[in-house]
Ligand binder design. Structure first.
Ligand SMILES: NC(=O)c1ccc[n+]([C@@H]2O[C@H](COP(=O)([O-])OP(=O)(O)OC[C@H]3O[C@@H](n4cnc5c(N)ncnc54)[C@H](O)[C@@H]3O)[C@@H](O)[C@H]2O)c1
Ligand SMILES: N[C@H](C(=O)O)[C@H](O)COP(=O)(O)O
Length: 328
């Protein structure tokens, strides 16, 4: 039986809501273990009118499922009690403690995968801790040479060359090495986890109309096309840089297995428009399996019972599928 570590995310957001709501279902095929403050989970369940029996996780016991309303918990204490909808920098280190615990447990083989509920990047930085996202945090903690952020929903997978950086810094970040390394990780993990023997990757240009022959930017000519040519010579099936506006049409998409976008807001708005609530964020290139929801902390919805748990379930499904592929 698989063991999944679920980090419960920003304490004042909807992460705890998603976890205690999900625990209302019988879990027979995997042991789902919430990593976070047990008292916070109990308070959130009470607020939502849900029954919750906390079961202390014991790593020395064989993996076992749970009945409806039960939740395995690895207790990591909050620094200060949460106020719903109000960010508190005092709890920033607590949030990182949950991530560190889950990641270390995956690296040690205790957990088969980690699934992350949303954290708030701003409040962690306000606490004086540089943090741009789980993706970069896990890359550093696992000492991985190159990770790739990919969001997936039924019928569309979008990976990113660059992730959480200011738009003005994007062109300089797209070097031959970066594009080549990201594409190789994407190609490898599409084969490993998604059953694609020769994945066809559709690559977005950076500039409008993929640079219009150099009249609207030269990055395609100077960097992107030469890199893609080399990758093709190495047996990776990549397209030419395609104008991103028309790439995301059915006629073009049906010729590929995944899209490689140059930056965050080139690829993710399309993915989220298509699949918000039924998509997951997957970090490729890690020595562990990590998936996440496709949304943020939604402070406005915490404790209201209105948070949609579709993406959370999707993230768990992808994690279980990937863990099974890794074990096969
Ligand atoms: N996986 C993650 O940890 C993750 C992902 C995205 C954003 N974030 C972080 O979340 C914080 C807030 O970001 P934001 O305000 O841009 O985005 P957000 O996703 O928190 O909210 C955007 C809108 O979507 C709604 N929404 C979000 N999740 C929902 C759900 N499950 N059901 C129903 N409605 C939902 C919200 O109510 C809001 O109206 C930021 O710090 C951001 O970096 C974290
Ligand atoms: N880029 C993600 C999104 O928009 O959904 C989100 O910020 C989460 O990123 P991390 O998984 O790196 O925290």
């Amino acid at each position: 039986m698989q063991r999944l570590a679920i980090t419960i995310g920003e304490p004042s957001g909807i992460g705890p809501d998603l976890v205690v709501t999900h625990a209302q279902k019988v879990q027979q095929e995997a042991q789902v273990i919430a990593i976070g403050d047990a008292n916070l989970l109990q308070r959130r369940a009470k607020l939502l009118g849900l029954g919750l029996t906390i079961k202390a996780f014991d790593p020395n016991m064989p993996a076992q499922g749970s009945q409806a309303g039960e939740l395995w918990v690895e207790h990591i204490p909050l620094a200060e009690q949460e106020v719903i909808g109000e960010l508190n920098p005092a709890n920033a280190q607590y949030v990182l403690n949950t991530l560190e615990h889950a990641c270390q447990g995956c690296m040690d083989g205790l957990y088969d995968a980690m699934v992350t509920a949303p954290v708030h990047k701003g409040v962690i930085n306000e606490a004086g801790i540089a943090f741009s996202g789980h993706t970069e945090f896990l890359e550093e903690m696992t000492n991985s040479p190159q990770v790739v952020m990919m969001l997936a929903t039924k019928g569309l997978m979008v990976a990113l060359v660059t992730t959480h950086l200011p738009l003005k810094d994007v062109p300089a970040a797209i070097t031959e090495k970066k594009l080549s390394d990201v594409t190789k990780v994407l190609d490898h993990d599409l084969k490993t986890f998604f059953g694609l023997s020769t994945p066809r990757i559709l690559v977005c240009g950076l500039n409008p109309h993929a640079g219009e022959g150099g009249h609207m930017g030269r990055e395609e000519i100077d960097t992107i096309i030469p890199t893609l040519n080399k990758l093709r010579d190495q047996g990776i099936d990549v397209s030419e840089p395609l104008p991103a506006d028309t790439l995301f049409t059915d006629k073009v998409l049906e010729n590929g297995d995944a899209v490689l976008a140059m930056y965050h807001d080139q690829g993710l708005p399309v993915l989220k428009y298509k699949g918000f609530g039924a998509a997951a964020n997957i970090t490729l290139g890690l020595p562990i399996i990590r998936t996440s929801v496709d949304h943020g902390t939604a402070l406005d919805l915490a404790g209201t019972g209105k948070a949609n748990g579709g993406s959370f379930t999707t993230a768990i499904d992808y994690a279980r599928h990937m863990a099974a592929c890794k074990q096969a």
